[in-house]
Design a protein. Structure first.
Length: 158
């Protein structure tokens, strides 16, 4: 039963590393790469009333991330963006466009100037399917490892 206990503990450790170690590490690496890309391409511009700016994008198999910050308390009109995962705050918007191409158009419909900072960057997930399988395989490893460990401990006490 000692071997069963060791196998159970090994499965628990492997599952924990895959689920609680690999995923957060990859997520933080991707976030860091995206933020570095956005910060390195940051551009400032002032829009007068009724003026617009066009930001072309071409995802072409890579996700594109577009960020803009508006200094005025009034929101700008946004045109040309497909439905996507976006994060909207009082003065900034962060768009994620997974595929397609087009132009994101920001229009100042207000009677005051709007100072903008905007940026865009591409991110391509490398080996995403394999990494997803590895992370998802960690969940059954945790369950089976816990079951085998408990079973080995119960059998050992007899």
């Amino acid at each position: 039963m000692q071997i069963l206990l060791i196998v159970g503990l090994i499965l628990l450790v492997l599952g924990a590393v895959l689920v609680f170690g690999l995923y957060p590490y990859l997520d933080s690496q991707a976030s860091q790469q995206i933020l570095e890309g956005l910060n390195s391409n940051m551009t400032s511009r002032t829009l007068t009333p009724n003026q617009s700016i066009s930001l072309p994008y071409n995802a072409n198999g890579r996700a594109i991330y577009i960020f803009f910050y508006n200094s005025t308390p009034s929101p700008l009109e946004v045109k040309g963006v497909p439905e996507n995962d976006s994060s909207v705050t009082s003065s900034g918007i962060y768009y994620v466009i997974p595929n397609g191409s087009g132009n994101l158009i920001l229009v100042n419909n207000w009677s005051q100037n709007a100072s903008l900072k905007f940026s865009s960057t591409y991110y391509l997930v490398k080996g995403g399917a394999l990494l997803g399988i590895l992370i998802l395989s960690g969940i059954p490893m945790l369950i089976i490892g816990a079951f085998v460990t408990i079973f080995a401990l119960v059998r050992r006490k007899r």
